[in-house]
Design a protein around this ligand. Structure first.
Ligand code: FES
Ligand SMILES: [Fe+2]
Length: 368
């Protein structure tokens, strides 16, 4: 029997984490960009020094989106009544309608502001737990941890990023990402692998804080990138590790002697039924290939596009709330994801320590 408690994507969003908001190169100085994370509208920009900031895209006065306002490189001015806010702290600096004898404490008013960091090719925003209703004007929540980054293992390396919108909930985006059984059907291509190369696989998984790891192993023999990697190092020395960590991160590291490739993929909730998938990859292999980054980006883009198209079609089927199944062993990682999420909410709700759904290493088998 499928586990009823954990099989249905609930699209609950996880507050209190860093999320990728926009690719860095889309945000120019002195321009205001709209973005959305976890159904929170944001306005994102860069100050004169190039430092990124993120504010809630709603003026605390009467809700006008601040993105319609003006930005002088330091303060954002609302287009409705001209209130001015510091771009980083959100603190109000000016209310033009006040007369000299009106003593309203302007500096006690804040536009919602979010901690913001630039990592690799993205602007990350920390989305805290929503403050209780009636909490009034609150300051930026300073997160305990810094925004995640792609691990690198040498001084010289290249990076590339990719971003795509997925018309589905974050849960379907994530379980699609960790699903090993769709490969032969969705990702067919002559340079990648064919459907007839399907064979039995066995992988060991272990619990890690807030997630699980597919332990270091020799990678799948039926995919082209790994065949390419073998030109660099003998098969025995190639290892790959894949981590999934709440709320939405998949980290893959492939090492072959002194050569390495790593990628950090995130699936970010934009709204309840819309998410974005963002991949940043870093590598020191293929550096001699003149077309290295372009080639890799092409392969990755093709891959992500195949997933996107699949999820677009799937969302058509999901519209009418069909019953869904998660089967062993291929869907076990998806089950762990739902269990981890449930355990996280449970711990937060009860104020106790989070109980990890896995008690130790587990070996899974499937054909793909
Ligand atoms: S709504 Fe922004 S200043 Fe009035
Ligand atoms: Fe895929």
């Amino acid at each position: 029997m499928p586990d009823l408690e954990t099989q249905t994507p609930d699209s609950l969003m996880m507050f209190g984490f860093w999320y990728r908001a926009l690719p860095s190169d889309r945000v120019q100085r002195s321009h205001l960009h709209k973005a959305m994370l976890l159904e929170i509208p944001l306005v994102i920009g860069r100050d004169r020094q190039g430092q990124a900031f993120a504010l809630r895209d709603a003026c605390p006065h009467r809700g006008m989106p601040l993105s319609y306002g003006w930005f002088d490189g330091q303060q954002v001015e609302c287009s409705y009544h001209g209130w001015k806010f510091d771009a980083h702290s959100g603190q109000c600096q000016l209310i033009p309608s006040l007369t000299a004898d009106q003593k309203l404490r302007v500096d006690r008013i804040y536009a919602g502001a979010f901690a913001c960091e630039e990592r690799d090719d993205f602007i990350w925003v920390f989305v805290p737990e929503p403050s209780p209703a009636g909490a009034g004007f609150t300051k930026v929540v300073e997160p305990e941890l810094r925004a995640p980054e792609v691990p690198t293992f040498s001084d010289k390396y290249k990076t590339a990023y990719l971003t795509a919108d997925l018309p589905c909930s974050v849960d379907h985006g994530i379980i699609g990402l960790m699903d090993p059984a769709h490969g032969p059907f969705v990702h067919q291509a002559w340079w990648w692998r064919s459907r007839s190369s399907i064979h039995e696989k066995q992988k060991t998984f272990e619990p890690i804080p807030l997630g699980f790891r597919m332990s270091a192993h020799a990678p799948s023999s039926n995919s082209a990138p790994y065949k390419l990697l073998r030109l660099y190092a003998d098969a025995e020395s190639i290892t790959t590790t894949i981590d999934f960590v709440l709320p939405n991160r998949r980290l893959e590291t492939i090492q072959a002697g002194k050569y390495w490739f790593s990628s950090l993929t995130t699936v970010t909730p934009i709204t309840r039924n819309h998410c974005s998938i963002d991949v940043v990859a870093a590598w020191n292999i293929f550096r001699w290939l003149p077309l290295g980054p372009e080639l890799l980006k092409f392969v990755f883009a093709k891959f992500v596009e195949q997933d996107r198209r699949t999820m677009e079609k799937q969302s058509e089927g999901l519209q009418y709330n069909p019953h869904l199944m998660l089967i062993d062993d291929a869907d076990r990682p998806a089950k762990w994801y739902f269990q981890l999420k449930a355990a996280y909410f449970e711990a937060r709700h009860t104020g106790t320590e989070m109980k990890h759904p896995m008690s130790g290493p587990v070996t899974l088998k499937w054909r793909s």
